[in-house]
Design a protein around this ligand. Structure first.
Ligand code: 5GP
Ligand code: ZN
Length: 114
C-alpha cells in the first residue's frame, strides 16, 4: 500500500530495527518505546485495522500471536509477563492504519485498562 509506513518497513524501503521476518509477518521495535521492550508485530499484507479483518485472515492472525510469543521469549519476557495491545480507530488512539500488535514488557505496567 503506497504511503503506508508499515508497508514500507515490511518491504524494506523504510528503516526499522527488525527482530523477525517471514513470509507472513514482520516484527520491529517501536520508534517511540513506552517500556524497555516495545515491539510491533504486523501482517506483511496491508490490513488497515481490526475493522477490516475477515474469516480468511484467521490463519494469519493466529500466526501473529505465535510470532508474538517467540519475540517475547527472545526478549526474556515470558516469566515476568507482557502486554499485547491492538488499538482500533479513533477512540483507541490508532495512528498507523496498518494492523499491528504492540508487544510491551520489561516493567510493571502502571495502568490496568482504560
Ligand atoms: P497505534 O497508536 O497506531 O496503535 O501505534 C502506532 C505505533 O507506531 C506508535 O507506538 C508509534 O510510535 C509507532 N510508529 C509510528 N511510526 C513509526 C515508524 O516509522 N517506525 C517505527 N518503528 N514505529 C513507528
Ligand atoms: Zn500497510
Amino acid at each position: 500500500m503506497k504511503d503506508c509506513i508499515f508497508c514500507k518497513i515490511v518491504s524494506g524501503s523504510a528503516p526499522a530495527q527488525v527482530l523477525f521476518r517471514d513470509a507472513q509477518v514482520t516484527a520491529f521495535r517501536d520508534i517511540h518505546p513506552v517500556a524497555p521492550t516495545h515491539v510491533l508485530i504486523v501482517p506483511n499484507q496491508h490490513i488497515s485495522s481490526v475493522n477490516e479483518v475477515t474469516p480468511s485472515d484467521e490463519p494469519l492472525l493466529g500466526h501473529l500471536f505465535t510470532v508474538a510469543r517467540q519475540v517475547a521469549e527472545q526478549e526474556n519476557l515470558t516469566a515476568e509477563g507482557y502486554r499485547l495491545i491492538v488499538n482500533t480507530g479513533r477512540n483507541a488512539g490508532q495512528v498507523v492504519f496498518h494492523l499491528h500488535l504492540h508487544l510491551i514488557g520489561g516493567q510493571r505496567m502502571r495502568h490496568s485498562m482504560g
